[in-house]
Design a protein around this ligand. Sequence first.
Ligand SMILES: Cc1ncc(COP(=O)(O)O)c(C=O)c1O
Length: 474
Amino acid sequence: MTATYVTKDGSAYFPNEPKGPSVKTSTVPGPKGKATLEEISQVHDVGAVKFPVDYEKSIGNYVVDADENVLLDVYSQIATIPVGYNNPTLLEAAKSDEAATAMMNRPALGNYPPKNWARMVQEGAIDFAPKGQKYVYYQMSGSDANEVAYKLAMLYRFNNLPRANGTYTDEENASCMNNSAPGSPETAVLSFRHSFHGRLFGSLSTTRSKPIHKLGMPAFNWPQADFPALKYPLEKHTAENEAEENRCIRQVEQILSSHHCPIAACIVEPIQSEGGDNHASNEFFHKLQATLNKHNVLFIVDEVQTGMGATGAMWAHEHWNLPTPPDMVTFSKKFQAAGVYYHDEKLRPHAYQHFNTWMGDPLRAIQAKYIVKEIRDKDLLNNVKVVGDFLYTSLEKLAEKHPGKINNLRGKGKGTFIAWDCESPAARDTFVARMKMNGINVGGCGVAAIRLRPMLVFQQHHAEILLNKINELI
Ligand SMILES: Cc1ncc(COP(=O)(O)O)c(C=O)c1O
């Protein structure tokens, strides 16, 4: 295969990147990594650690571990590294006075925003907001970005209830202090089976991917609808898939009409990621929006994993071409800041109904600005599209060559946001482990899926290394 880069001058984005992966130890983590883990375990939970990393040595698409093993990283810190490890543009930005001031004087933004906060928000979020979105609430993580979206939807409902003298009643004020209605009314958020929206109390109630996330935790009695289970290849199952999507929409309709309490919002991922990289058609999301509109239920799109260019569009829901923008769009991960976009000022509740000490972080707004500058300067959305198409068509060929090994290949036209199912959960886990020992850090999701979550600077020569290893090890 010949390498064709999509940088303007045909070069690599990171000229100093290693030429390829190299694993020198017989295990990853190796002896130094294991000793490091032992040290960390004295002060921190290491139950889920894959391997300790040398972040100073990691560069571009390559992560370097404590034993100096060099791995091509197509998992990218659970899909969060946007433009490569130690990206020079970001390192330079970190040295600026603006960044130093923001880092060492973190403000309580809700009370004392910096005088240039409007500009910082404009440049750090609004300038690249999904089409139609005008405002932002910053949060700390994907989970609480979603929780704030739920709160905004619920408060919007509650604050607009007809009240005799336009203010909260004594009964509302008293009952909310006892966690009971009418001050704390039962209100629900609808989510989909296999979805992942986070692990805090509210977000966890809408998460439906794996029991281990939910076991032992109290949960809201909120409804879930089936997410379409599409058959692949899509072009051979058009009628069946359409019927399946219509079945799910009918279920949504039925839940919205019959749930025992009002449903304030429905949340959906453009591609259900943790739950197995499950896709649905653009038409499905159009129908979903129309159904929600009919029932006055707000539409929240969770772009925590799909946002910031991962599918070749800045925002994955832009692929849908909806007639009107979703009510809210949540983000985190590659954005490096988390939060909620919205476009209707009426979603802003009264002061202190939604509030926390920091209400965001100017440093993260600065960081997001430079990430987007890098995306634009280096034409990275185009890179993701071109490399994604190459990767997808090459994987189609590998699937033919290795029957039964690469099943339900999905993500066509969605950049490098690609996944497939292995023969079994055990086969998937073995494949992930073998890839790691051969210098590729890859992630799984759902029951038996492999998901590719490379950075936006993943180029064709990286894709070729990945494909060769898949061919060898599948
Ligand atoms: C779609 C989606 N929503 C929400 C979350 C939760 O984000 P966080 O782990 O930052 O709380 C995740 C995390 O993987 C996610 O993939």
